[in-house]
Design a protein around this ligand. Structure first.
Ligand code: GRF
Length: 187
């Protein structure tokens, strides 16, 4: 099996990046994490790239052409799929056009519910019974692309934002690699 070269976009802690790097050590995992891109110079997740000798790029999003720099790098590394793992910057339409159906995001809610930011806070406010995470393709509309898979759990009395985040992220670390396998199962 020829493994696809994947680029992971991060902005923060990088726990999902870590889980993807971990799984891509298995020879039959469909992707290899070949490049990491961060829009924050102090993102903790960059350490996972460094530790695993994975090339990384920190982009200055104040520069108008920063997405072109990303595209250049992605072409140089022959990247064929992009995973957004906590990347907090909105991707431009032009960029999405260049990578149609090749950008995948993970979101901490059961989409289409609770698109956007402050998800845990809103989930608790709405007294939801269940929550979870969703892996989906990225299109021009925020958190609205085709869903690849979801994982859910029941919210318990007393669960606060911190607990919801912990439970959701635990699921995410399984969901993202599972989604990768699902994407390539029939390809
Ligand atoms: C994840 O919970 C993901 O759903 C959201 O951002 C968070 C990133 O966490 N989009 P990490 O940086 O992977 O630890």
């Amino acid at each position: 099996m020829v493994r696809k070269k994947a680029c992971i976009f991060i902005s923060g802690y990088g726990s999902n990046l870590k889980s993807l790097i971990h799984r891509s050590r298995e020879n039959n995992f469909p992707i290899n994490v070949s490049l990491v891109i961060s829009d924050k110079f102090n993102a903790k997740g960059i350490l996972h790239a460094k530790k695993n000798s994975i090339p990384y790029l920190i982009v200055n999003t104040k520069k108008r052409n920063f997405e072109n720099l990303i595209l250049k790098k992605i072409k140089r590394y022959k990247i064929s799929v992009i995973f957004l793992a906590g990347y907090m910057k909105i991707i431009s339409k032009n960029f999405i056009f260049n990578f149609r159906n090749k950008i995948v995001n993970i979101h901490p809610s059961l989409l289409p519910k609770f698109k956007g930011l402050n998800t845990y806070q809103r989930i608790l406010k709405q007294n939801e019974k269940q929550t979870g995470c969703t892996v989906h393709y990225v299109n021009e509309k925020l958190d609205s692309g085709r869903i690849i898979l979801k994982k859910s759990f029941f919210i318990k009395k007393g669960d606060n934002e911190k607990i919801l985040k912990k439970k959701t992220q635990k699921l995410e670390h399984k969901a993202f690699p599972e989604a990768v396998i699902k994407i390539y199962r029939y390809n």
